[in-house]
Design a protein around this ligand. Structure first.
Ligand code: DQA
Length: 129
């Protein structure tokens, strides 16, 4: 069975009330429900997590790599800063896709740089929740 970790980084627990004009009105619980539905239709074994702590995200990425699972990650602001997440993705061997709700390239210049994109299989951004 295919296994995928869907990981959300800092402040994504605030979805629904965090800058709704940028991130929409869906809460992370609603997003998790939708992802779980799709995963069960596709017979994907899903691990869904959110953390405001870089180290916890590193731990989940390493765990995914050890289990041969894929990773879909919205790393939030850590996308732009975290060498530790980049090394975890690159070192764990977990095939990883970077996701953003907003189109980071249409926003402030500091959001245009991703530390993790070079070690990801692909990037999806700007399609909303
Ligand atoms: C985000 C974009 C990041 O720049 C920001 O720090 C976030 C959310 C997005 O989903 O659009 O926290 O990853």
């Amino acid at each position: 069975m295919t296994a995928v970790y869907v990981l959300n980084g800092p402040n994504l627990n605030l979805l629904g009330r965090r800058e709704p004009t940028v991130y929409g009105s869906a809460t992370l619980d609603e997003i998790e429900r939708r992802v779980r539905e799709r995963a069960s239709e596709a017979a994907v074994e899903l691990t869904f997590g959110q953390s405001n702590h870089e180290g916890e995200l590193v731990g989940w990425i390493q765990e995914a790599g050890l289990q041969g699972a894929g990773v879909v990650i919205n790393a939030g602001a850590y996308t732009h800063t975290s060498l530790a997440l980049r090394d975890a993705i690159g070192g764990s061997g977990a095939v990883t896709v970077e996701v953003h709700i907003s189109n980071v390239y249409a926003r402030e210049a500091f959001r245009h740089k991703s530390m993790i994109a070079p070690v990801c299989a692909g990037v999806i951004c700007g399609s909303g929740p």
